[in-house]
Design a protein around this ligand. Structure first.
Ligand code: ZN
Ligand code: ZN
Ligand code: FE
Length: 750
């Protein structure tokens, strides 16, 4: 007889709610091992007994054959005493003091889709079908361990058939916490409309040109026919949404390819379990309304990711707008009552269900640059997966910025960046921010020892942080230092970099508004080596919404007069006079070195965009004006040295732009301008490398959402033999700064 041994194994990572225990169960039986497996708050624990060889093979398979959405971070193995178990079984979950990683929500899987469209299956056209490999996770979890009783599915008692699946270790729904069927699970209805088949009714209403609020995974979508200009316009009006593009959902990849160019990398992302909105270059709008993405060369496209989407899109045969169910700037609606209340002026009908959403979760937005993912908005499918840091860090709460807010909590060497929270400008968003912080603290068992925030005194996130002033150390982090550090962490580098932070606005340590900064930076500190010259923002925030104010301000402060250009046609003489006065007397006219604002000013001077109806519109439309990106022409500028700091002066640039207006097309002026900004980056990097011998350049800040600027800067830097680091998993915009804040704040004293 062979001798038996016993081993205790602990597996850490995304190992709960992903079919890990059934996988272990099957594996143990395959290798004829006895013992048990269970979930704890921190890990999956396994005890196996059997022959040494079998246990070896078992451990090997454990690390290589795990389920598709699981992620193993660490395995601990130790000897244990023999208990002579008679079989292998799954034990009840156990709570401990630990924490574990939680799976994001996952798009419906192929196996479930087959059942969904099989008329003989008991879940035929059942919009809540899911299994251990797919479906809601993060949006329904209230606490750990991830068991049904800790989710919003607790109120649905499983029927016998579902219960059998749930308890059968060989079933693909074994311990699938959201398991449900038409008998026992959540149900759909259209508010106020009697209907046997609410999905068919919804399709009928959409075809008739109505706007429907549809409850989804992490909140509500406002949905309408993307080919019907009248309803798209109406949605814009009701949602108060200006020109910001709407996302479109299409039935399948073949459909997407009729409208957009799709690379293999983009294809992979569209079909991934995360199913984000991917920004794709438009081939032809065909029947899609121009109102969907005015003045834009890209469409934000996603494929169906819930069973409900699949049924809808397959049966309606039209591309549908799916935009967050909110009024501009407010967070996405979460529960039925809230939606009925807040969206009553926007949606004509409501397709509701009775599965509660515990945490709001917007669609993620990405694009692909040089075959690499570029995150614009990080939420569904990505959060709350942590970023792994190259070091351990104190437990820190970083409160993030004001626009596109995310916060970040750290523990050990993990940084848990929240899903996109939104613009912290109103009570609803602030509440969402506060509640989500509490949820993350609970789920990941974090008790912050330090709080980090921006230096801007008026950010609501800063004010939130300062509430804890009495009890915890507060670290106020400079906005662009946070940007650069988040880019460093996104690339897991630890050596100092030349950090290019070209951004909208961020509070500078001299009280001015920064945003065209070049630093020598590491995780602990920065030296400001260069910046764009300070220029006036007459009216402050108002100048961001009305970029002609910036245009007038820049021209007037540099030339002492404003040449007569067509962008001034719609500005009254009185307002021009007021702006000049504001500049002369310095009334409500902060100074800024922001490159984002320079883009705004140029966009207005070229009469491309004089009023921003959404953040970044002037710069985006300036980029979209470019027809031929291959031009290498550029404008002149001057770099002056002042006390060891390089200042970029733009008088020559503006002179030459004014010269070009009316002489060459705006498209050419725009490309020359983009080339110029890229050359400024390279020139400054060379000057600083000569001084410091640092040749790593990190690019961060909202300006790098501009693909043409990103491409041109990376190209030029590589030609000059720099090692270039750009963002990928973390947004280069303000959605990424919480990570930088957390690292800078958390490292102090740890
Ligand atoms: Zn599935
Ligand atoms: Zn059932
Ligand atoms: Fe920023």
């Amino acid at each position: 007889m062979k001798t038996l041994i016993s081993k205790k194994i602990r597996v850490y990572g995304v190992v709960q709610g992903v079919g890990f225990r059934p996988f272990v169960y099957r594996l143990a039986n395959e290798h004829k091992l006895k013992g048990w497996v269970l979930n704890t708050s921190s890990s999956v624990e396994i005890e196996v007994e059997g022959e040494e060889e079998s246990i070896k093979r078992f451990i090997c398979d454990l690390q290589s054959k795990f389920p598709p959405i699981a992620r193993i971070e660490k395995i601990e193995i130790e000897d244990s005493i023999l208990n002579n178990y008679q079989d292998f079984f799954i034990r009840e979950s156990k709570e401990d003091l630990g924490y574990q990683l939680i799976s994001p929500d996952i798009a419906v899987c192929e196996d479930c889709l087959k059942e969904l469209f099989n008329p003989k299956d008991r879940r035929y056209r059942y919009p809540f079908i899911n299994c251990t490999n797919c479906g809601p996770r993060f949006t329904i979890i209230k606490d750990i361990p991830y068991d049904r009783k800790n989710t919003t599915m607790a109120k649905f008692k499983m029927c016998d058939a579902c219960e059998r699946e749930y308890n059968d270790p060989l079933d693909r729904r074994f311990h699938a916490q959201p398991n449900a069927c038409p008998i026992c699970g959540p149900k759909l209805w259209i508010e106020g409309v009697e209907s046997e088949d609410p999905i068919r009714e919804t399709i009928k209403l959409l075809k008739e040109g109505f706007i429907i609020a549809i409850k989804g995974l992490g909140g509500f979508h406002l949905t309408c026919d993307a080919t019907n200009s009248k309803v798209v316009k109406l949605l814009r009006e009701r949602k108060k949404r200006g020109y910001k593009p709407f996302a479109v959902m299409m039935k399948d990849l073949d459909t997407v390819k009729r409208y957009c160019y799709v690379s293999s990398e983009e294809e992979k992302l569209l079909k991934s379990p995360q199913s984000p909105i991917v920004l794709l270059r438009i081939k032809s709008l065909n029947d899609i309304s121009k109102e969907v993405a005015p003045n834009n060369n890209y469409l934000g496209i996603m494929l169906p990711y819930t069973p409900l989407h699949h049924i809808l899109l397959r049966e309606i045969g039209l591309p549908l707008i799916m935009t967050s169910g909110n009024i501009s700037e407010e967070p996405i609606c979460q529960d039925n009552k809230e939606a009925l209340d807040r969206l009553k002026g926007i949606a004509d009908y409501f397709l509701l269900n009775n599965r509660d959403i515990y945490s709001r979760y917007d669609d993620s937005v990405v694009f692909v640059f040089e075959n690499k993912l570029q995150m614009i908005r990080r939420a569904r499918g990505y959060a709350p997966s942590p970023i792994k840091l190259p070091f351990k860090i104190r437990q820190t709460l970083a409160c993030g910025g004001e626009l596109k807010n995310t916060f970040c909590l750290t523990k050990d060497n993990y940084a848990f960046i929240s899903q996109h929270i939104g613009d912290l400008e109103n009570i609803e968003t602030l509440e969402h921010f506060v509640n989500t912080i509490e949820l993350y603290k609970r789920l990941f068992r974090v008790e912050p020892e330090v709080i980090a925030c921006d230096m801007h005194p008026d950010y609501l996130s800063t004010r939130y942080a300062l509430q804890f002033e009495e009890t915890l150390p507060i670290v106020r982090v400079q906005h662009h230092h946070a940007h650069i550090v988040s880019c460093m962490a996104d690339n897991s580098i630890t050596e100092p970099v030349i950090g290019i932070a070209f951004d909208g606005s961020g509070y500078g340590i001299d009280g001015n508004i920064w945003g065209g900064e070049v630093f020598i930076a590491d995780y602990d500190s920065f030296i400001r080596k260069a910046h764009l010259e300070y220029l006036p923002m007459p009216g402050g925030e108002l100048a961001i919404r009305k970029p002609y104010r910036l245009a007038i301000g820049y021209l007037y402060s540099i030339f002492k007069k404003v040449p007569n250009l067509s962008f001034l046609d719609k500005v009254s003489d009185k307002e021009i006079k007021v702006i000049k006065e504001q500049i002369e007397k310095g009334i409500n006219t902060p100074l800024t070195s922001s490159v984002g604002r320079l883009f705004d000013a140029i966009s207005s001077i070229l009469n491309i965009c004089n009023e921003a109806t959404y953040e970044g519109q002037p710069a985006i439309e300036l980029e979209m004006a470019i027809e031929n990106i291959n031009s290498e022409e550029y404008y002149n500028y001057k770099i002056e040295k002042d006390n060891n700091t390089y200042i970029v002066k733009i008088k020559p640039l503006l002179e030459e732009v004014l010269d070009d207006i009316g002489r060459i097309p705006r498209s050419n002026i725009s490309v020359k301008f983009h080339n110029t900004v890229a050359r400024i980056i390279v020139d400054l990097s060379i000057l600083i490398r000569d001084e410091t011998k640092i040749s790593r350049v990190a690019l961060s800040g909202g300006c790098f959402q501009n693909r043409i600027l990103l491409e041109k800067s990376v190209d030029l830097l590589k030609k000059e033999k720099f090692k270039v680091y750009i963002h990928s998993d973390i947004p280069c915009n303000d959605g990424g700064i919480s990570l930088g804040q957390a690292i800078i704040g958390g490292r102090i004293g740890s």
